[in-house]
Design a protein around this ligand. Sequence first.
Ligand code: FNR
Length: 353
Amino acid sequence: MEATLSDLARVARGRLAPAVWDFIEGGAGEERTLEANLDSFERVWLRPSVLRGAGRPETTTKILGRTWDAPLAIAPLAYHTLAHPLGELATVRGTAAAARVPIVVSTFAGRTIEELAAEATVPLWLQIYCLRDRSITARLIERAENAGFEALVLTVDAPHLGRRMRDLRNGFRLPDGIAPANLDGDGFAAPAAHARAEFDPDMDWAVVDWLRSVSSLPVLLKGVLTDADAVRAADAGADGIVVSNHGGRQLDGVPGALDALPEIAAAVAGRVPLLVDGGVRRGRDVLAALALGADAVLLGRPVLHGLAVDGAAGVTRVLDILLDELTDAMSLAGLRTVAEVGPELVRLRPPPA
Ligand code: FNR
């Protein structure tokens, strides 16, 4: 019986074609940032408080005016259909069975916005890659808004896709039948080439105003890694920030997301909610991220592992394990609520030089 997310990852690896596994797991360049995401959590020591009569911990939290069952959401991931034929539909079902937390649906989802909305009992958000042809992006946003999606997450770290060596070496192409369900066109089978052709490399801060002009939904910017950009995002009117290095898949050599978090939390000083992703694999990682200034984390690859292992039930299993671990860690650390998590909960070892 798999007891941890890494156990499930091992099983998933056995179920997926090697090149698909590499596409999911891989990072850009020498994968230093990919490693840093995991390493950064290993440098956090927790400092529990004993004899606090904390009782059973409560994981709920309030973000952007909504109550979440846990400080956790599902990261935008292209093509869940690579991991399971039902794709995002299984993710929606499996998430709802575990917890009421948002799912960020990728621009490159394998299922349509409308079918996901019809099925979902958890909040759906739309991730946006801004395309050169803004009318396509505007149309996606309009569809999401009509379907009841609750927020937009603009990915700002991807003017094109990073150089992912495993995919280059494998000559990776999406398998037959895998395509974005919400976009027309072709050339999708080669993701990097498609992105170079279609993503808008000239996107700048004016894009936030443009998003405001086409939608009334909250806008979060995903992929911010410096204090200066975080302040600029808040000044530009972003409703939230996702501190992220895209799971190590874009600019290799940037720090682990957890390493980037403290300076951003200090600079933003609570003006907007902060989410963080990259390397969250255990309940205690969620606590570490909260202690270093995040309001919640996003979970990426483990969701695809769950799908590959057992579809919707696998996603439920991933979330159940993570939430059990979170409750366990909170209880053992003497924490009653998420709001009680503060900087005094952690001590950091310095990163390797
Ligand atoms: C991603 N990520 C991503 N991000 C985004 O903004 N839009 C997208 O379509 C995708 N697609 C995608 C596919 C796959 C296979 C992976 C692994 C990642 C990045 C994702 O949202 C998130 O930032 C990272 O996955 C978080 O790191 P972990 O949890 O995977 O370590």
